[in-house]
Design a protein around this ligand. Structure first.
Ligand code: DHB
Ligand code: FE
Length: 280
């Protein structure tokens, strides 16, 4: 039985990765954000899991916008870092965990979640920035193999928050019957409130974000009950990325404890947040 030893909810703003890649983390504009990450990174450094599951969305970099699956999973041995227009980030390629991926495909399809399978996938900032937030200096390799789990949050109709939470619960059950690894870390990524285009571009809702950071620990069912429209209205058209945190949360125990959380505005156009959870 694989044990989920932590869940990390974190924003994936591309400029957070760029700030790290360019050595700007102590620049006065960036230092407060990275100082906020420090306690989580220290706690996580002593708890490297056998494998990490990264729940993320592609932004039309690894996938074509003509084909956007609602849910997908990578089953590859390796994932290359996508070129998003400025060349790939100078970070290691991502080593996969194909045996666990195939176990999850079987279990989750049997549970009624018909995942699209990616035998080949380039991973964009949605996956690599959360890895950098977790583990800032990968050197030649990230600390453990990764299973990418993809969610459509960029084209209507996105999956509901309730469906995402239920997928997380099925993921938790699938891990509980897997003996191939001992420990798993789960990253739920994206958010927090932001809107990148249209008349509300630059929209931030700190009140909603703080409610979310509190409820992700104490009352995930309340977050799962919010509609797609609620997320877009209250967190912005890209703030709906937050539904991916609910997949992470669903895979954890009913009761969890927040090890550390932090919130910073603005990172680029986005409210950047982090919540590190462990099972109570
Ligand atoms: C920004 C935020 C995102 O979530 C994203 O995918 C791309 C850009 C931003 O704030 O710049
Ligand atoms: Fe995004």
């Amino acid at each position: 039985m694989a044990e989920v030893i932590w869940g990390l909810g974190t924003s994936h703003v591309p400029s957070i990765g760029a700030a790290m890649d360019r050595g700007l983390t102590t620049d006065p504009r960036w230092k407060p954000l990275f100082d906020g990450y420090a306690p989580a990174r220290e706690w996580l450094a002593g708890r490297i899991p056998d494998v990490a599951i990264v729940i993320y969305n592609d932004h039309a970099n690894g996938l074509d916008l003509d084909v956007v699956p609602t849910f997908g999973i990578g089953t590859a041995e390796r994932y290359a870092v996508a070129d998003e227009g400025y060349g790939p980030r100078p970070v290691p390629d991502v080593v996969g965990a194909p045996e666990l991926s195939l176990h999850l495909v079987e279990q989750l399809v049997d549970a009624g979640f018909d995942l699209t399978v990616f035998q080949e996938l380039d991973v964009d900032h949605g996956l690599t920035v959360p890895l950098s937030v977790w583990t800032p200096e990968p050197g030649g390799a990230w600390p453990c193999p990764v299973v990418p789990l993809l969610v459509n949050v960029i084209q209507y109709p996105q999956p509901t928050a309730a469906r995402c939470y239920a997928l997380g619960q099925a993921l938790g059950r699938a891990l509980a019957v897997y003996d191939g690894v001992r420990t798993v870390g789960i990253l739920g990524t994206g958010g927090m409130s932001h809107q990148l285009a249209g008349s509300r571009a630059g929209f931030i809702n700190s009140e909603f974000d703080h409610m979310f950071l509190d409820a992700i620990e104490r009352d995930p069912a309340a977050l799962a009950a919010l509609s797609r429209q609620d997320y877009i209205r209250q967190a912005g058209s890209e703030g709906i990325e937050l539904v991916m945190w609910l997949i992470m949360r669903g895979a954890m125990n009913e009761r969890v404890r927040t090890v550390h959380s932090t919130y910073f505005v603005p990172a680029s156009n986005t409210a950047a947040g982090l919540a590190l959870l462990e099972n109570a």
